[in-house]
Design a protein around this ligand. Sequence first.
Ligand code: ATP
Ligand code: MG
Ligand code: MG
Ligand code: MG
Length: 469
Amino acid sequence: MKTSEIRQRWLDYFGERGHTVVPSASLVSEDPTVMFTIAGMVPFIPYLTGLIPAPYPRATSVQKCIRTNDIEEVGKTPRHGTFFQMTGNFSFGDYFKEGAIGYAWELLTSAESSGGYGFDEKDLWVTVYKDDDEAIALWKRIAGLPDERIQRLDKDTNYWSTGHPGPAGPSSEIFFDRGPAYGADGGPATDDDRYVEIWNLVFMQYAIENVTSKTNFDIVGELPSKNIDTGLGLERVAFLKQGVENMYEIDQVRPVLDRASELSGRRYGAVHDDDVRMRVIADHVRSSLMLMSDGVTPSNEGRGYILRRLLRRSVRAMRLLGVDGPSFPELFTVSRDAMSASYPEVSQNFDRISQAAYGEEDTFLHTLESGTSILDLAVDSSKKAGKDVLAGDTAFLLHDTYGFPIDLTLEIADEAGLTVDRDAFDSLMSQQKQRAKADAKSKKSHVADLSVYSAFRAHGETQFLGYTE
Ligand code: ATP
Ligand code: MG
Ligand code: MG
Ligand code: MG
C-alpha cells in the first residue's frame, strides 16, 4: 500500500463519517513564537482550547509536520523523521472516547478490501492513563483487547496538557508489535523498537488549575464541551504495511536513499554507519524539499537556520560516504518525484527550491574544503599533545573566518574522540557580539523616524482591495 494511498484511505474513512476534510496547514506556523507545525492539532488549537467556536463539529486532516527535537534520532531509530505527516481526527464537543476508540480500532483492523488498513488485531497493543477506567473498559468492549495488551501508564506519557490552566485530559496510544525478532515481549512500556507507537488519542476532558508543570496540576472539573484530538504517523503505518524495516525505506523516502547509495557506490545494508548516513540523507533532503516548498530559505537564524542545518548535514553525510562533488541535483529531483503524488506543489515550486538548494550545497562544499583541513590539523595537534579537548579559539576561528558552523565542529571533533572547549568558544562569541553592537552604535546615532505612521493613522480607515483589484 503506497503512502499516498494510506493517506487517501484516512481521508475517505473520516470524510465518510461526517468529518470536514481540512487541508494541511503550512509547515511554517502562523504563530511567530513557534518555529514549525509539530502536530496535526496545531491548526485546531483555538477550537480545542475553546478560544474560538469550531466551525464544524468534527474534522480530519493530514498535516505536514517538522520536529527538530527528533533530529538526533533520525536514521538511528526506525521511526523518527524530521519531516513526517500526521493524520488526525478531531471532535469539538461532538463524539468522545467511545467514538474515538471505535473509529481507531475499525480503521486499523478492517480489511484492506473494505477500505481499512488490515492490521491483524493480535499485533496491536494499547497504553492508557492508569486511572482512566473508562478507556480501559472501552478497549475491552469495542476491541476485545485482553488485559495483557492494555498497559496502564503514568502522566508523563499518557496525559495531555498545555502546561497552563485550561483543558487537559488522559491519552491512549496504539502500538504495533513487530515480534520477538525486535526485542523482548514486555509490551510498549518496555521496548519502543519492537512495539512501534502509531496512534495517539487524546481525550480532552478536564479543566485544570494550579499548574506547576505539565504533569502537576489540580483537576477542578469536567469540561462542559469535551474534545478529541488524535494523531497517527503516516510514515509509521507505511513502513509497517510495506513490510520494510523503517520509515526511510517507504516509497516516499527510499528512492533518495537508493540514489545516495548509487552515487557513493556503497551498498545499503552492508555497513551500519553508512546505512545511518543514507537514512539521514533521505530524511533531510525530503524535509528540506518540503520546508522550501513552504517558503523557507536557508539563512543564519530561526527557521532558515534549521533548514541550513538539514541541508548541510546532508552534504556532509554524502562526503562521509565518499562523495566530494555536488549531489543535490540528483537527490532533490528524486525526492520531488517521490513526493509529488501527495504534494503537487513541490513540482510547481521546484525551480525555486532547486536553485536555493544547489546554491547552498556549492557554498557549503567550499566551506567544507577550506575548513576541514584546518580542523583536521587542529584535531591532529590536540591529539599529539595528548589532549582530548579542542581549543575554543580554533572553533571560533573556524566559525568566524571560514563559516564553519559550531555544531559541525562539535560533530567532527566528537568523531575524532575530542570534545570542544565550549565555554571558551561561547565567550569569544559573546565578545564578538558586543564588538558588533558597539560598532553599530557608533555608526547609527538616531532611531528611525516613526512619524510617518501617524500620518497613516490620520488618513482614517482603509479598505483592503487586494483580493479583487
Ligand atoms: P515517539 O514516542 O515515537 O517519539 P511521540 O509520542 O513523540 O512518538 P506524538 O506526539 O504522540 O508522538 O505524535 C502522534 C503520532 O505521530 C505518533 O504516534 C507517531 O505515529 C507520529 N510521529 C511522532 N513523531 C514522529 C516523527 N518524528 N516521525 C514520524 N512520525 C512521528
Ligand atoms: Mg517523540
Ligand atoms: Mg511516544
Ligand atoms: Mg505519543
